[in-house]
Design a protein around this ligand. Structure first.
Ligand code: GRF
Length: 272
């Protein structure tokens, strides 16, 4: 950790167990991560991650997407949706193959829930929004609220070696495909599903006697280390976004210790 790195204010979005959240909390408390968590938001009122946050005195909130249920766009009062809604519909890349009416209904529900999260987060002015097992799609409305041209302010941890196996079951997909190595990816979030610029990845071996449970355990141990490290790099100013202008953005890691970090993490994953 570089001396005098300014603490980065985080908002963390979760849906479940929150073991990644716990790893961040532990590293912050151990002085290894220059950040503070201003708020944890869950879409699931029963998420164990909420208890974890509360145990450490971190404020929590629930935004239950189910309350927007089957709301139709035509029933949503004018003025409840943001003015940019039409652009959100045009820019979205998360739903495909839906009839236009259904697409607009789904996006409208999503945007209403996201507006609630934004209203909770804005007073904190988070430097970074961390998705940590947040199991809801994210619309361009939410993303554009935080990202600007080449300044990404939403990070995600994905349990597979992207671009392989995007979606909700990275470990399951890696295992059932018969891969000999699995991986995890920390990336910035853009408007596609798991398509944003990759920050860092780690790999683990899949041995012949492994099960889905054993590889998940191995991968999660890497997630805990890699996610916090990526946040720390951002806080230190060690992540630089390059490229773009019609091409893909890429992330340069400026920390000279990066190769050593990768070597140690790989050794950890391959230890028998
Ligand atoms: C992790 O495997 C993460 O990669 C994925 O969802 C899982 C969340 O686990 N996005 P937890 O809630 O942090 O324990």
């Amino acid at each position: 950790m570089k001396p005098k790195t300014k603490k980065m204010k985080l908002a963390v979005l979760i849906s479940g167990g929150g073991s990644n959240l716990q790893a961040m909390i532990d590293r912050i408390e151990a002085g290894k991560l220059d950040a503070e968590i201003g708020l944890v938001v869950s879409n699931n009122p029963d998420a164990y991650g909420l208890d974890r946050a509360q145990k450490h005195g971190i404020p929590t909130a629930v935004v239950d997407y189910r309350k927007y249920g089957k709301k139709r766009l035509s029933r949503i009062p004018k003025g409840s949706l943001p003015r940019e809604f039409v652009e959100v519909v045009n820019r979205q890349r998360i739903f495909s193959g839906l009839p236009p009416d259904e697409l607009e209904d789904r996006l409208a529900r999503l945007v209403l829930a996201e507006q609630e999260i934004i209203d909770l987060l804005d007073p904190l002015a988070p430097g970074l929004v961390c998705l940590a097992g947040f199991m809801r799609l994210i619309s361009p409305y939410f993303i554009e609220h935080y990202n600007t041209e080449d300044r990404y302010r939403i990070m995600n941890i994905h349990p597979a070696l992207l671009p392989a196996f995007p979606g909700t079951d990275g470990y399951g997909d890696t295992f059932t495909y018969g891969c000999r190595f699995g991986g995890i990816t920390v990336h910035f979030v853009d408007e596609g599903e798991d398509t944003g610029p990759i920050i860092a990845q780690a790999i683990y071996p899949i041995w012949t006697d492994d099960s889905l449970d054993t590889i998940r355990k191995r991968g999660l141990e890497l997630e805990y280390v890699l996610y916090s490290q990526c946040i720390q790099w951002l806080a230190q100013g060690d992540l630089q976004v390059v490229g773009g202008k019609g091409g893909r953005h890429q992330v340069r890691i400026l920390d000279p210790e990066y190769p050593k970090f990768v070597e140690q993490l790989t050794q950890q994953a391959f230890a028998r």
